[in-house]
Design a protein around this ligand. Structure first.
Ligand code: ZN
Length: 671
């Protein structure tokens, strides 16, 4: 077995040797990883000594190295640079992996040892106590406490779910890639800003349609189209293509798949002793229960809904003033909002974009981290990467000590899943030796030269960078507590708080420099950008909350699975959703909740974390946004701490109090 996945990597900083790794290598590597991991587990359970923290829990933390390495390379490629071969393999590997994990969690001898450690261990340090507790809970949640018959059933459900969730994501990708709209009407093209036309031309070029303006369902393409296209029918067509994604009764339709996912989740929850899937998921979150999630959502929903009514009225007024004889529809919202935005703030995006060149924005994010934490990002020119659009940086402390590697993969392409995310090829830990992290940020900015971002995209870049710092600055002993391995409704705190710096005037004046002249963005433009932040928050908050309610609804049902459309309608009616607003995602392409488990019954987590980030940033604002003592406390108690303690404890250590909801309402202008 000479495959590069098995041997030591003699690449700069231990990066995966991407050029040598071929799709053919993965299957065998996964099998070897399973085998090695099984042998390690077997050694733990057959250990003749009585179970201790060291011979059981720490050994578990040491196990699975090869598998983790293969998984990291494979799944990062599967999501960021896939092809038919990798996709086929993904369908094959996903159930095997689920089965492998299920076997570990349902190993009764192993569970017995963990239980004994939990009951008898004394003198453990805090991170060790947390580790044992989480591990024990994880086993119970996976069915370790069940009788063999039910355990088998849960295992079967897990395996089936893995396949279904993979198929769900692949259908969305296929559907998104299959849509393209070629716009050639001069009157429509003329009304689009130059940067929108340029991106559409670049997309045409990419798809072999040279000289044609092509729009796709990627958010970076559809959002500006809906914002600026003056042809109402075309807007409607694009909007319907987007909201009808994987809901066209063809081979990529997700309705049956997602209903089955919801059913299996409900069945599994009941087997494990929970009322429903939401109950099951939330028992492992900072929120704790559906009731506390709904409590928060309802508190924000009321003012958001009221604000959306006012916004809709203002948009309808513009329609009438222009002689339009129709009621505001979902495909009109962005278009007329843009007009009101320009009237009210005299702010047009085209004027801002030249100040947001991708490279400068990235440097801006690095500069913020440098000022806050004293760390440096240095480009590694010769780093092996899996695609020429990827950059790799060496991250150092001020004294030159290596922290880890940071990769950025910012541009959209057909081989990449949509959206933006942070992931890693190796996570930090220092159990026997220091392992430095290799972290990656992926986005889907439309490729053009120069690549100019919108304000939203700038925020996305800072957001993912915040996750990146959580992975990079991690300072924990045990791999399973590393970086972003925290409760799922806590993980967005570092990313969302980082967005605040993106729009602080003193920061923006540094990184937002004109792509041609190099001049700093005019203060008048900065002020307009900031003033417009609270604009359209009724809509933005409503579409987000509506998706959160939809997510909860799918996961609070029992075994009577409703029709997809019926459930969506019921949720909208129940909360009184404005007719001209759809949930941010409809069920058939709601990847957060159906492509994986993590965000199921968890889409609320963004606003849960926003309560924390709004509250947290008020502390920075009070002390100075670059106050080193505040930054130091944030680094120590949040970024370095990973999952070594409960989030509420970590937050109190940083802030000195429990988070309040009022800063969030103020931040969104909903107070
Ligand atoms: Zn995030």
């Amino acid at each position: 077995m000479n495959y590069p996945l098995f041997s030591e990597w003699h690449t700069p900083h231990g990066l995966p040797p991407f050029e040598e790794i071929k799709p053919d290598h993965f299957e065998e590597a996964f099998i070897a990883g399973f085998k090695q991991n099984n042998a390690e587990i077997n050694a733990i359970v057959t250990c003749p000594e009585k179970p201790t923290f060291v011979n059981t829990i720490e050994e578990l933390e040491r196990s699975g190295k090869l598998l983790r390495r293969v998984e990291a390379v494979f799944f990062n490629l599967a999501i960021a640079h896939t092809n038919d071969q990798i996709q086929a393999l993904e369908l094959k590997i996903a159930p095997l992996l689920a089965l492998h994990e299920a076997k570990i969690y349902q190993n009764s001898k192993l569970f017995e040892r963990i239980t004994q450690v939990k009951q008898t261990a004394i003198g453990l340090e805090n991170d060790q106590v947390q580790l044992v507790d989480d591990l024990y809970k994880g086993f119970v949640r996976a069915g370790a406490d069940l009788d063999p018959e039910n355990r088998r059933l849960v295992q079967k459900i897990d395996t089936k779910l893995a396949t279904l969730m993979t198929a769900f994501g692949q259908n969305v990708l296929k559907e998104s890639n299959s849509f393209e709209l070629v716009v050639d009407a001069p009157s429509v093209l003329a009304a689009l800003p130059e940067w929108v036309r340029d991106a559409a031309l670049a997309e045409g070029h990419e798809r072999g349609l040279n000289g044609q303006h092509v729009f796709t369902l990627a958010r970076s393409s559809i959002t500006p189209f809906l914002q600026f296209a003056n042809d109402r029918d075309l807007r409607e067509a694009v909007y319907r293509a987007y909201t009808g994604c994987a809901n066209r009764d063809n081979a990529q339709d997700n309705k049956v798949i997602l209903s089955e996912i919801a059913l299996l989740r409900a069945q599994r929850a009941q087997k494990l002793g929970f009322a429903d899937h939401a109950d099951f998921m939330l028992s492992d979150r900072m929120a704790g229960s559906s009731a506390s999630v709904r409590g928060l959502l309802d508190q924000i929903w009321k003012p958001a809904r009221q604000r959306a009514v006012e916004e809709a009225k203002a948009l309808q007024k513009v329609i009438q003033e222009e002689g339009g004889n129709f009621s505001l529809a979902p495909w009109d919202w962005a278009y007329y909002t843009e007009k009101v935005r320009q009237q009210r703030f005299d702010l047009d995006e085209s004027a801002c974009k030249p100040y947001f060149a991708l490279d400068r924005v990235r440097e801006g994010a690095f500069a913020v981290a440098a000022k806050l934490f004293g760390i440096r990002f240095i480009l590694v020119e010769d780093a092996p990467v899996y695609h020429p659009d990827v950059n790799c940086y060496r991250v150092e402390e001020a004294d030159g000590t290596l922290i880890g590697l940071f990769m950025t993969d910012y541009l959209a392409r057909a081989s990449k899943h949509s959206g933006a995310w942070m992931s890693d090829f190796r996570s930090q830990s220092h159990l026997d030796e220091l392992v430095t992290p290799i972290v990656i940020n992926c986005c889907n900015f439309a490729k053009s030269d120069p690549c100019l971002l919108s304000m939203d995209e700038v925020r996305t870049l800072f957001h993912e960078f915040g996750h990146g710092l959580h992975g990079l600055l991690s300072k924990v002993r045990y791999p399973s507590q590393s970086g972003t391995n925290v409760r799922q409704d806590f993980v967005e705190l570092p990313s969302q708080i980082m967005e605040h710096w993106a729009t602080e005037p003193e920061v923006m004046l540094q990184y937002a420099r004109h792509v041609d002249s190099g001049e700093a963005i005019p203060m008048s433009l900065v002020e307009k950008l900031i003033a417009s932040e609270k604009f359209n928050q009724g809509f933005a908050t409503s579409e987000y909350l509506a998706a959160s309610y939809l997510d909860l609804a799918w996961h609070e049902i029992g075994e009577d699975i409703p029709d997809v459309h019926a459930l969506e309608t019921a949720v909208a009616k129940d909360i009184g959703l404005n007719e001209a607003i759809d949930p941010r995602y409809l069920s058939t392409y709601f990847k957060h909740i159906f492509e994986g488990e993590e965000y199921s019954a968890g889409y609320y987590a963004y606003i849960w974390a926003e309560v924390l980030d709004a509250d947290g940033f008020e502390i920075f604002r009070a002390n100075g946004i670059f106050d080193t003592a505040t930054a130091g406390a944030f680094r120590q108690h949040i970024l370095e701490a990973g999952g070594t303690a409960e989030p509420s404890v970590l937050y109190r250590r940083f802030a000195g109090h429990d988070p309040l909801v009022e800063p969030l309402l103020r931040q969104r202008g909903l107070d």
